[in-house]
Design a protein around this ligand. Structure first.
Ligand SMILES: Cc1cc2nc3c(=O)[nH]c(=O)nc-3n(C[C@H](O)[C@H](O)[C@H](O)COP(=O)(O)OP(=O)(O)OC[C@H]3O[C@@H](n4cnc5c(N)ncnc54)[C@H](O)[C@@H]3O)c2cc1C
Ligand code: FES
Length: 258
């Protein structure tokens, strides 16, 4: 059940060129149960920034929650400036989350992340592993400097990398990786989060190969709870859907292919 909760920052660490890994624990009580793919609305205590900022749940270990924040503007810059011991107010967990196999499973799953879109995939990979699925990660970035937390991903599954400039892993986009040309074992599920063009390309590839696929949209949000409608996305059924409450995770077949 969602809660408004005060968290105390336990770690704030620079990772990669533009990101900060934030870990925090509730000041009082327990963390509510969170699912991979859900997000938090983090309050930015800066007079110039009125709205909370939506940030994916990167990991949960006991009562400690982690966020991976990329500094792109005033809100994320404030979040990235937090230090150990500071307070962080959060509304969480929000949104629906990824579909996990309902029983112990050995279905091969590929988790594809681009840029800071890798954030929700660590928590997802851990949960899949607990259910008997060894996750394989395919992580893409513009260059080596933008690859984030590869070691943490390597602790839970196999990790493949693409960079657009070839500075790490295979050169090109994630959909051009040799996994898709040489991988002999069939995939049963793809989960993806990252820039929209990347997710559309992944969704197309999954559709062509008959692989189930879910993607996590990162539309601009204001309220995060279905009240303002600023996050709506037109889906293939021709209707507008509220990403903060009906998503952010959607079946890839529902996304308009353009
Ligand atoms: C469900 C969800 C989960 C997210 N998870 C993460 C996460 O784990 N880590 C993370 O770093 N970011 C995440 N984001 C994106 C993050 O919310 C935005 O980057 C942030 O709100 C920008 O706030 P700002 O004040 O720093 O920048 P602003 O001043 O608001 O914007 C700065 C620049 O960033 C662009 N921008 C703002 N919001 C978004 C967005 N949603 N998508 C793409 N570009 C945007 C703007 O167009 C502008 O160019 C998530 C967004 C959503 C909706
Ligand atoms: S952000 Fe307000 S309805 Fe989704």
């Amino acid at each position: 059940m969602k809660k408004i909760i005060d968290l105390r920052v336990t770690l704030s660490e620079r990772v990669g060129a533009q990101c900060v890994l934030l870990k925090a624990k509730p000041v009082e009580g327990r963390l509510p149960e969170c699912k991979p793919g859900q997000f938090a609305q983090l309050r930015v205590d800066n007079p110039e920034t009125f709205l909370r900022r939506p940030i994916s749940i990167h990991d949960v270990e006991g009562d400690e929650i982690s966020f991976l924040v990329q500094e792109v503007g005033k809100g994320t810059s404030w979040l990235c400036s937090l230090k150990e011991g500071d307070l962080l107010n959060a509304v969480l967990p929000l949104g629906n989350g990824f579909t996990l196999p309902c029983a112990k499973s050995t279905c091969p799953s590929l988790l594809i992340g681009g840029g800071v879109g890798v954030a929700p995939l660590l928590f997802l990979g851990k949960r899949l592993r607990e259910q008997g699925v060894k996750p394989t990660f395919l992580l893409g970035a513009r260059s080596k400097a933008q690859l984030i937390r590869l070691d943490a991903f390597r602790e839970i599954g196999d990790v493949f990398v693409t960079t657009e400039d070839g500075s790490e892993g295979e050169r090109g986009f994630v959909t051009q990786h040799s996994l898709f040309t040489s991988h002999s074992s069939p995939l049963s599920f793809i989960y993806t989060c990252g820039p929209m063009p990347m997710m559309r390309a992944v969704a197309k590839l999954a559709r062509e190969r008959g692989i189930e696929c879910e993607l996590s949209l990162e539309n601009r949000m204001a309220c995060g709870v279905g009240a303002c409608l600023c996050c709506v996305e037109e889906l293939a059924d021709g209707h507008n859907h509220c990403v903060c409450t009906e998503g952010p995770v959607f079946d890839a077949r529902k996304i308009i292919d353009n």
